[in-house]
Write a protein that binds this ligand. Structure first.
Ligand SMILES: *[C@@H]1O[C@H](CO)[C@@H](O)[C@H](O)[C@H]1NC(C)=O
Ligand SMILES: *[C@@H]1O[C@H](CO)[C@@H](O)[C@H](O)[C@H]1NC(C)=O
Ligand SMILES: *[C@@H]1O[C@H](CO)[C@@H](O)[C@H](O)[C@H]1NC(C)=O
Ligand SMILES: *[C@@H]1O[C@H](CO)[C@@H](O)[C@H](O)[C@H]1NC(C)=O
Ligand SMILES: *[C@@H]1O[C@H](CO)[C@@H](O)[C@H](O)[C@H]1NC(C)=O
Ligand SMILES: *[C@@H]1O[C@H](CO)[C@@H](O)[C@H](O)[C@H]1NC(C)=O
Ligand SMILES: *[C@@H]1O[C@H](CO)[C@@H](O)[C@H](O)[C@H]1NC(C)=O
Ligand SMILES: *[C@@H]1O[C@H](CO)[C@@H](O)[C@H](O)[C@H]1NC(C)=O
Length: 618
């Protein structure tokens, strides 16, 4: 017995003496080398306290990959009373990897559970945060080394690997997620935070600080762009600021709001690396409340120039409160373009699910409201969906529709409007103006790619001087159920990206049929594509036949956005033009930020910003 006991004693003695540090526990990869193990005599200075635990700072090593911060999970009020910020303590506990939700998207975070043997060794020690932008700065383009593919984090296929399982060594100089992971549990200061979005429904706010950024737009947000190497840039230099640890509430934010410096701790939860502030910041600056209208105006002196608007008007029914605002936007900010592409026009009784599919009351109400702001009375056209078959809010029967100024445009020729299930097709004519069997008509409406999604609305237009052009109004299938930019799945899950690609392909096939009949046909495809052009695989079918109007018009990359989501200003709404339009020149486009420059989320009329453009059709 004697020998055996002394061996055990020796082992115990070794374990006690060679106690681990916080940097040992954090390690230099995603999961701790000590997971599941009980550690004793761990020392650290208490840097912050919340209701579900406290944060410790240990000594730093020269290896930036190993965080010297650690979250100690406990809801024991006795323990929480025992430790105070500035205390140097020693304690025991069990190293664990915690996932904040069972959603497979969430990463695990390293923490110490079941804290015990807490001894306060000294008090009133200084806790020094890492000053971001000074001591450490986040990478500005890529999220993860696992985002393989030419489209970076937007590459297809998605979810090829999981960060947790690969458990690679951190590369915090190159990859945003690795950077934030190397600060897990740390106390950090964000100097000069600027809001890049509206608060989410939990009052959490996305910011960047005074450090290097890419994609910075004129409003102060960060736009998703391509990096210098042609790989998409999703702005990993932003961070979400969660609920303050002291129970105060974050102020509301908007794109471009300036805040007082934020000091808080880094923690992964709910799909992202968060900074949980010690206390709520205050607003110190707000962007200019005056939102300018588009400078593009209809030009009645030029028979060849057509102006168009494009606007996802978010579940517009006759009685919704935002209808007059949308009408005012079309009149005063879009300058009553010759034609307006609308998405999310609901049926006459909105979300009531009673078989009503007509939208003439919705569109007439909108037209009358626009007239009250402008003296312009639009005509309209759309095709009813089959009841409840085109997705969107249940019962709402959203569809795309056109408003057009009858003194400027009429539907070409004498073809009847198509029904919900009638496929539009084009045939040759001696005049080189391809003839549509239905005008307007829907593209391949029974193709499975359009199940529970809006069918594109094709129309052929004629001007008073006899010029013609084609339009296709898109509202591609919504992003639904994807994973977050900082989630476990790499590249992040983008649903249903295969369906969207099939939809673009179906539209491209129709455009090709027009161009086969007249390679010089003027074709304008516009609408809510629910996808970024940086996801190049989705738009690949357009590449040989259509060009992105933003690129043709030379819009600065950082100003190409119509939507704000999570950290990014991004473009979901696009217009594409055929080569003949490109060749004629004079192409203009502007995204009018009537909604995403709003001072608050509540006053937005829609989640999308509208766009105005000008093309020449002769
Ligand atoms: C993660 O990597 C670290 C360091 O290489 C290793 O000690 C640990 O066991 C790994 N954990 C898992 C779950 O793979
Ligand atoms: C180390 O931890 C053990 C277990 O909590 C404790 O008995 C011992 O006193 C500690 N040693 C030091 C030097 O703090
Ligand atoms: C950091 O290292 C010094 C010197 O070894 C030691 O006195 C101090 O207690 C350590 N601090 C922490 C938090 O472990
Ligand atoms: C990603 O794939 C894994 C299997 O490797 C699966 O468990 C997980 O649910 C997928 N993630 C998402 C967000 O679909
Ligand atoms: C020192 O720390 C103790 C306990 O943590 C606290 O009560 C006291 O106010 C602190 N003193 C100073 C000068 O901060
Ligand atoms: C809508 O269409 C129905 C059926 O054609 C018609 O009775 C009604 O007058 C129309 N309403 C408006 C406002 O155009
Ligand atoms: C509409 O036209 C009337 C009569 O010409 C004019 O008095 C009014 O100012 C116009 N309203 C707008 C909004 O243009
Ligand atoms: C298309 O337009 C170009 C340039 O105006 C012209 O040279 C060409 O003949 C046209 N092609 C057809 C098929 O009309």
């Amino acid at each position: 017995m004697g020998k055996f006991t002394s061996l055990l004693v020796a082992l115990t003695y070794v374990a006690v003496v060679l106690s681990v540090s916080i940097t040992d526990i954090q390690g230099i990869s995603w999961q701790s080398p000590f997971v599941g193990q009980t550690v004793n005599n761990l020392t650290g200075i208490v840097s912050a306290k919340g209701t579900s635990g406290f944060y410790l700072l240990g000594n730093k090593t020269s290896d930036e990959r190993a965080s010297n911060g650690l979250f100690v999970f406990t809801t024991s009020t006795a323990i929480l009373k025992q430790v105070n910020v500035g205390n140097l303590i020693s304690l025991s506990g069990k190293v664990q990897e915690f996932r904040s939700s069972t959603a497979p998207n969430d990463l695990v975070g390293t923490e110490l559970g079941s804290p015990s043997n807490i001894v306060v060794l000294s008090q009133n020690n200084t806790v020094t945060p890492v000053i971001l932008g000074q001591d450490r700065s986040p990478p500005m383009q890529l999220f993860s080394a696992l985002d393989v593919g030419l489209d970076g984090f937007l590459s297809v296929p998605n979810n090829v690997s999981l960060i947790d399982s690969v458990n690679a060594t951190l590369q915090p100089d190159l990859y945003g997620m690795d950077f934030w992971s190397s600060l897990e549990g740390q106390l950090v200061t964000i100097p000069g935070p600027i809001g890049t979005a509206f608060p989410n429904s939990f009052g959490e706010i996305w910011v960047h600080g005074t450090w290097g950024t890419t994609g910075k737009n004129s409003r102060g947000g960060l736009t998703m762009t391509f990096g210098p190497d042609g790989i998409p840039d999703g702005n990993p230099e932003t961070v979400i600021v969660g609920a303050p640890l002291d129970g105060t509430k974050n102020p509301a934010t908007a794109v471009g709001t300036g805040f007082s410096d934020i000091t808080g701790v880094v923690l992964f939860q709910f799909g992202f690396y968060y900074v949980l502030p010690l206390t709520a910041p205050t607003v110190i600056s707000v962007p200019n409340p005056v939102i300018p209208p588009s400078t593009i105006v209809p030009d009645f002196s030029d028979a060849c120039a057509i102006t168009f608007g494009d606007y996802n008007v978010e579940n517009l029914s006759p009685t919704v409160a935002h209808l007059p605002t949308v009408a005012m936007h079309i009149a005063n900010f879009l300058n009553t373009p010759d034609i307006v592409f609308l998405q999310e026009i609901q049926d006459n009784d909105g979300a009531t699910d009673d078989g009503v599919v007509d939208a003439n009351v919705t569109l007439t109400t909108l037209v009358n409201s626009i007239a009250s702001f402008s003296n312009v009375t639009y005509a309209f056209t759309s095709i009813n969906p089959v009841n409840d078959q085109d997705g969107g809010e249940p019962g709402g029967n959203i569809r795309t529709a056109y408003l057009y100024r009858p003194e400027r445009l009429k539907l070409f020729g004498g073809s009847p409007a198509g029904g919900s299930l009638d496929p539009v097709s084009a045939t040759a004519t001696p005049s080189m103006k391809p003839h549509l069997n239905f005008n307007p008509g829907r593209i391949d409406p029974t193709n499975a790619v359009w199940d529970a999604s809006r069918k594109p609305l094709v129309a052929h237009w004629e001007t008073p001087s006899g010029e013609d052009f084609f339009t296709i109004n898109l509202h591609l299938v919504s992003k639904d159920g994807g994973s977050s930019t900082q989630g476990n799945a790499r590249p992040p899950v983008n649903l249903p990206v295969d369906v969207r690609t099939g939809q673009v392909s179906a539209v491209a096939t129709f455009v090709e049929s027009l161009l086969a009949l007249n390679p010089n046909a003027s074709v304008l495809v516009a609408g809510d594509c629910n996808e970024f052009v940086e996801t190049r695989t989705v738009f690949a079918p357009f590449a040989p036949i259509l060009q992105d109007i933003d690129a043709v018009a030379g819009i600065a990359d950082v100003e190409r956005y119509t939507y704000v989501f999570d950290q990014n200003s991004e473009q979901l709404d696009h217009a594409f033009i055929s080569s003949a339009i490109v060749a004629r020149g004079g192409v203009e486009v502007e995204h009018v930020h009537v909604n995403n420059w709003s001072p608050t989320l509540a006053v937005r009329a829609s989640d999308h910003d509208p766009t105005v453009g000008k093309i020449r059709i002769c």
